[in-house]
Write a protein of this length. Structure first.
Length: 267
């Protein structure tokens, strides 16, 4: 299918195509089980970002990781809009939760159990966790960013949705400062009594977003993930960027082929 065919199909199918985002093989899975798959399954093999166990070899390290090599809707890739459309507003219904910051050996992650939901197209996705990549995994119109955060959600049916936000260098982010102050420098977790994390403070005021299908960006690289990438970045200070890269200098998967997926920019 050519890009022209994609655009023609989009003009005919409209919103119906946008809502047809769930993998055909989807089965009913409790949210707790999905959380375990997202946060633990990717740690079952000693993968890395570079070297013998790096991203170029993920697909051959384990049968469970084969999609990393064979998948056709892999993430990340260079985001360029195929069309603009009236996408549904994202229902970002988040609330603060007790602070639990995890260094899982691949990134810094904040547990978000009970942190609220993403509602889009009538489907509710529960927020599980968010984590960071340096530099950005996606690029937008060829532009990369020094830091990217992924908010990972799952529906009660087991469908995955991610909201992505880019950081550019600028004013410090107060919520990021709280997280950084409590992030473990080595693998482990830190539960901080009396402190909370509010993911709302890691979102831009402008909620315009790109919508497309993709995958997890770490093994097992599972596809069928509904991606919502904010078009407007937020800021972090150089000191905050340096604090993360002091622990993880580079934890970003290289760009993958866009192939024939449709990328829609809301208007």
């Amino acid at each position: 299918m050519t890009k022209f065919t994609k655009l023609l199909a989009a003009s005919i199918l409209g919103s119906a195509m946008l809502s047809a985002c769930q993998p055909a093989s989807e089965t009913k899975t409790p949210v707790q089980d999905v959380a375990k798959k997202v946060t633990k399954k990717a740690q079952s093999t000693d993968w890395k970002y570079v070297g013998e166990y790096g991203a170029a070899n993920w697909g051959t390290m384990s049968d469970k990781f084969s999609t990393c090599a064979t998948g056709k809707l892999q993430s990340p890739f260079n985001i360029t809009a195929d069309i603009s459309a009236d996408l549904p507003a994202l229902g970002l219904n988040y609330n603060a939760v007790p602070m639990k910051v995890i260094n899982n050996g691949h990134t810094i992650q904040a547990d978000q159990t009970g942190g609220g939901q993403l509602v889009v197209d009538g489907t509710t996705y529960n927020l599980l966790q968010f984590h960071f990549h340096a530099g950005s995994e996606y690029t937008i119109d060829g532009k990369s960013y020094p830091l990217e955060v992924h908010l990972v959600h799952a529906s009660d049916a087991g469908a995955l949705a991610v909201v992505g936000v880019m950081f550019e260098k600028g004013a410090p982010n107060a919520e990021l400062e709280k997280i950084w102050a409590n992030m473990p420098a080595t693998k482990g977790e830190n539960v901080v009594a009396g402190q909370t994390i509010d993911v709302n403070k890691l979102l831009p005021a402008n909620k315009q977003y790109y919508r497309f299908m993709g995958s997890l960006t770490t093994p097992p690289c599972s596809e069928g993930v509904n991606w919502h990438m904010m078009s407007t970045p937020i800021t972090a200070s150089q000191a905050q960027l340096d604090a993360f890269t002091a622990i993880y200098p580079m934890n970003a998967r290289p760009l993958q082929d866009e192939n024939n997926r449709l990328v829609v920019l809301g208007r």
